[in-house]
Design a protein around this ligand. Structure first.
Ligand SMILES: NC(=O)c1ccc[n+]([C@@H]2O[C@H](COP(=O)([O-])OP(=O)(O)OC[C@H]3O[C@@H](n4cnc5c(N)ncnc54)[C@H](OP(=O)(O)O)[C@@H]3O)[C@@H](O)[C@H]2O)c1
Length: 331
């Protein structure tokens, strides 16, 4: 749908890791491509001269991202507006990709939503919807992309999970529930690909990343959210996604300075972890000023159009530049 031709675009220099001259550009589908990590990943593959297919709910933003990708050197860029919870729409997008390009080499699944609030604060229908988008959305995408990869015994599915698929945070119960499930699902789908050595299903688990998601998340905590320090930029996570897609081994790649420490504390010292995690989360991520309850972009997309959020990663305890709304830096 809406293919964009590279002709006339001001191309930037290609990524040095782009294929050798004469090598066929890869066909790459990115879900969650309208924002944050998915958008940064689309940009990174554009620098490798890939044929890109961009999927998220908002066509207008995807079309802007497609122009950015063409300007960065993408061989072609097609937008596929779809909701990942709608299985038929996801399958139709993949079918059109296969018709157009004959194959799909890489799928990066980054579409997801977040809601802040403890278990009894979050309305049941919002809880259900977050789990539906994050878990069933992952299943829908995997089910759509893997059959053709298995047929060719070639292809990679990268599922963007989270360090919150390994630890428990009471104010992120909805999101954590989904991400624990996504980690298990990713691993079991990977196990089931053992009979196709050319097909890999890998996870990338970021820690806090400076994307617009914190400003557009569902939030029932009473206070505005920001990423807790240490904060990485989405381009760093995108680079890890490309590495994970390139490498031969399976498994999960962690991105984030504090991930190992948090996971270790969660596993080795559960009583201490459980006592500290709630207050620390309130201090580091939920001290942004009063906010009325909102379902954010969980049910319907919100108005936002950027790779990055407005937060910086530095500053002791994240006290610097605590702003509530993302900037509109398209790239
Ligand atoms: N930011 C962090 O701190 C962080 C940390 C760890 C893991 N992650 C993970 O990284 C991934 C990307 O997150 P992000 O921070 O980049 O978030 P983001 O900026 O909010 O991007 C999320 C993307 O998902 C799309 N999306 C949301 N619901 C969808 C649906 N139902 N169907 C199709 N697309 C949908 C959004 O676009 P539309 O609204 O246009 O549909 C957007 O493109 C997610 O898996 C997230 O869990 C993020």
């Amino acid at each position: 749908m809406s293919p964009t031709s590279p002709s006339g675009a001001a191309a930037l220099p290609a990524d040095p890791s782009a294929g050798a001259p004469g090598e066929q550009p890869r066909v790459v589908l990115v879900t969650g491509a309208s924002s944050g990590i998915g958008r940064a990943t689309a940009h990174a593959y554009a620098g490798r001269r890939a044929h890109l297919v961009l999927l998220a709910r908002r066509r207008d933003v995807l079309e802007r991202v497609a122009q950015e990708c063409i300007a960065r050197g993408a061989a072609s860029c097609t937008v596929e507006p779809a909701d990942v919870t709608e299985r038929a729409a996801v399958e139709a997008a993949v079918d059109r990709t296969l018709e157009e390009h004959g194959r799909l080499d890489v799928c990066v699944h980054a579409a997801a939503v977040i809601t802040f609030g403890t278990f009894l604060e979050v309305p049941a229908d919002v809880f259900d919807r977050v789990v539906e988008v994050n878990v069933l959305g992952t299943a829908n995408v995997a089910r759509a992309v893997l059959p053709s990869m298995r047929e060719r015994d070639d292809g990679v599915l990268v599922v963007v999970g989270s360090v919150l698929g390994r630890i428990s945070v009471p104010q992120l119960v909805t999101y954590c529930t989904g991400k624990w499930a996504v980690r298990g699902l990713t691993r079991m789908i990977s196990q089931a690909m053992a009979d196709r050595p050319g097909v890999r299903v890998v996870g990338v688990a970021p820690g806090a990343t400076n994307t617009p998601v914190y400003a557009v998340a569902g939030n029932y905590s009473g206070t505005a959210a920001r990423p807790p320090v240490p904060v990485d930029q989405p381009e760093k996570v995108a680079a890890a996604v490309l590495r994970a897609a390139d490498r031969r081994r399976r498994g999960e790649e962690s991105v984030g300075l504090a991930n190992a420490l948090m996971t270790l504390g969660h596993e080795l010292l559960p009583p201490v972890f459980d006592r500290l995690v709630g207050p620390l989360m309130s201090r580091l991520a939920l001290a942004g000023g009063p906010l009325p309850p909102t379902s954010g972009n969980v049910v319907e997309p919100a108005e936002h159009d950027a790779v990055r959020g407005p937060w910086s990663g530095g500053g002791l305890l994240g006290l610097d530049r605590r702003r509530r709304h993302p900037s509109a830096d398209g790239d």
